[in-house]
Design a protein around this ligand. Structure first.
Ligand code: GLN
Length: 454
C-alpha cells in the first residue's frame, strides 16, 4: 500500500487518480495486516486497488467525472466496493474516467484527460475510455487492480489500449447498486487487472446476489480461479464472419489469426460462425444507451446532488434546472441527453427506440443460436486499432469516436460476459487486445480460455 501511494504521488502527470484516500488506505492496510496475522485472510486481503469515480464510496468524493456532482460525498457505499472491502482490499483513491462513462478516450472528464503510460516518440496517447484512469493506473503500477464499468466496451477497450486484462461479467452477475447509472440495462462493473488470474479472483470478490439491485442474479458465485486449468481441449471457438470489417488494419487481422492459432494449439477447435445482425449493433446501442441515459440523468437537478448554478434575481425553479444542467454537464453528456430525449419522444419512439429494442432481441438471438450449436467461446478483436493520440479526435464527427465500440457493444446488448486480453504489440510497440465472448454465467470458462491467450 505504501509503495502504491508513493507511485501515485510520482505519477500526477498521468492524471489517473483524481481523489486520493491515503488515510483510508493505510487504515484498511493495517486491518488487513491484522487479519493476515490472525490467519484469517480473505481473497483480496491487503491488495491495494483503485476505484473508478463512478462508484459511490461513503464519505469520499464520487463525481462520475462530472461538474454536476462537484462536492457530492455519498452517505452509502456501493455493493461492489463494500464487497471488495469485505474481501480485505484496500482503497487508494478514485480514478478518472469519461464523464458519466460516456466516451472512449477519457477526454470528456471534468478533470481533464488521462495519459496512457504507453508512449510512442513522446506522443501522448489516450488510455481509452471510459475506464481510462483504471487502465492507466493498473498499467503504470499505481495499484494492483482497479474497478471498471462497461456499458458498451468501457472495460474492454481501455484494457486493450493499456495492455491489461478486463472482463465485463454477465449482466446481473455484479450489483449495480451504488454505481452511478448510465444505461441501466447495459451497465456492469468488472475488474481491470494485470493477469487473468487476478481478474478471476477480483471478479469473485466483486460479485454477489444483491436484493438492492432488482436485476442482480440470485445465483451462487463460483470459484472463478479454480476454473483456470488451462485445459481447453475439445472446446469450440467461434470466429464470427461479420466481425471481419471492411478496412480492418492488417495488424488487427494478424493478431486475430494469432489468437485463433494459440487456442487451436491448446486443443480447441476453430469454427467460422455467423452473427448476422452484427452490423445493426452500433446504431441500436447509440439509440438505447442515450435513451436510458436521458432518463437516468434527469435526477441531476441542482437540488438533490452536487452542483447548483448561481442564480440571478427573478430566477425560478426552471431557470435553476436549466442553468445547473447547462453548466454541470459537458458537451458529450448533453449530446446524449438530447439524442435520448429525441428517440423517446412521442412522435419518434416507435421509429427509433422500439426498433432498436427489436434489433437488440435479434442480436441476442444470434448469440443464442451459436451457443446452442455448441460454441463455447467467440474470439474477436477488442478494438479496431491500438491507442490513438490525445486530441486526435477532437474535431472529428462524434460518430468517429463511437466506431471504437464496434466489437464490444454487441456483448452488452446481449448481456453476455466478454473479456479483453493483451495478446501482442503493434508495429509501433503499442499493446493490442483480443476479445473472448462467453456463454451467460460461464465467466470461469471464459477466463480459462483467456488464460490460454496470455
Ligand atoms: N464508448 C461507449 C460510449 O461512449 C461505451 C461507454 C461505456 O461502456 N461506459 O457509450
Amino acid at each position: 500500500t505504501e509503495a502504491c501511494l508513493g507511485a501515485i504521488e510520482g505519477a500526477g502527470a498521468l492524471n489517473a487518480f483524481v481523489h486520493h484516500t491515503p488515510e483510508i488506505a493505510l487504515e484498511q492496510a493495517r486491518g488487513a495486516d491484522a487479519r493476515i496475522k490472525a490467519g484469517d485472510a480473505p481473497a483480496m486481503c491487503g491488495i491495494p486497488v483503485g476505484i473508478k469515480d463512478l462508484f459511490c464510496t461513503r464519505g469520499v468524493a464520487s463525481q462520475a467525472a462530472s461538474r454536476i456532482l462537484e462536492g457530492f460525498r455519498p452517505e452509502y457505499e456501493s455493493t461492489v466496493t463494500q464487497n471488495l472491502w469485505d474481501a480485505g482490499a484496500v482503497m487508494l483513491g478514485k480514478l478518472n474516467m469519461d464523464e458519466f462513462a460516456m466516451g472512449s478516450s477519457n477526454e470528456t472528464a471534468c478533470y481533464g484527460p488521462v495519459v496512457n503510460p504507453w508512449k510512442v516518440d513522446d506522443r501522448r496517447l489516450t488510455p481509452g475510455g471510459s475506464s481510462g484512469g483504471s487502465a492507466a493506473a493498473v498499467a503504470a503500477d499505481l495499484c494492483l487492480a482497479a474497478t471498471g464499468t462497461d456499458t458498451g466496451g468501457s472495460i474492454r477497450q481501455p484494457a486493450a489500449f493499456a495492455g491489461i486484462v478486463g472482463i465485463k461479467p454477465t449482466y446481473g452477475r455484479v450489483s449495480r447498486w451504488g454505481v452511478v447509472a448510465f444505461a441501466s440495462s447495459l451497465d456492469q462493473a468488472g475488474p481491470m487487472t494485470k493477469s487473468v488470474r487476478d481478474a478471476a479472483i477480483m471478479l469473485g470478490a466483486m460479485a454477489s446476489h444483491d436484493p438492492k439491485d432488482s436485476t442482480s442474479a440470485d445465483l451462487p458465485v463460483p470459484d472463478f480461479e479454480a476454473a483456470l486449468t488451462g485445459d481447453i481441449r475439445g472446446k469450440k471457438i467461434g470466429i464470427p464472419r461479420e466481425y471481419r470489417m471492411e478496412g480492418m488494419p492488417a495488424e488487427i487481422e494478424a493478431l486475430w489469426h494469432k489468437g485463433a492459432e494459440m487456442l487451436k494449439d491448446a486443443g480447441a477447435e476453430i469454427v467460422e460462425i455467423s452473427l448476422p445482425h452484427t452490423k445493426y449493433a452500433l446504431p441500436a446501442y447509440y439509440v438505447i444507451a442515450p435513451a436510458e441515459a436521458s432518463s437516468n440523468l434527469a435526477r441531476y437537478d441542482g437540488v438533490r446532488y452536487g452542483h447548483r448554478a448561481r442564480l440571478g434575481q427573478g430566477d425560478g425553479i426552471t431557470e435553476m434546472y436549466e442553468k445547473t444542467r447547462a453548466e454541470g454537464f459537458g458537451p458529450e453528456v448533453q449530446r446524449r441527453i438530447m439524442i435520448g430525449t429525441y428517440v423517446l419522444s412521442a412522435g419518434f419512439y416507435d421509429a427509433y427506440y422500439n426498433r432498436a429494442r427489436k434489433v437488440r432481441a435479434l442480436i441476442k438471438r444470434d448469440f443464442d443460436t451459436v451457443f446452442a450449436a455448441g460454441i463455447d467461446a467467440i474470439l474477436t478483436p477488442a478494438t479496431p486499432s491500438s491507442a490513438f493520440g490525445l486530441g486526435e479526435m477532437a474535431n472529428a464527427d462524434p460518430v468517429e469516436m463511437y466506431l471504437n465500440d464496434v466489437f464490444t457493444v454487441t456483448v452488452n446488448l446481449a448481456g453476455l460476459p466478454g473479456v479483453s486480453v493483451p495478446v501482442g504489440l503493434d508495429a509501433r510497440g503499442l499493446p493490442l487486445g483480443l476479445q473472448l465472448i462467453g456463454r451467460p454465467w460461464a465467466e470461469g470458462d471464459l477466463l480459462n480460455h483467456a488464460h490460454v491467450l496470455e
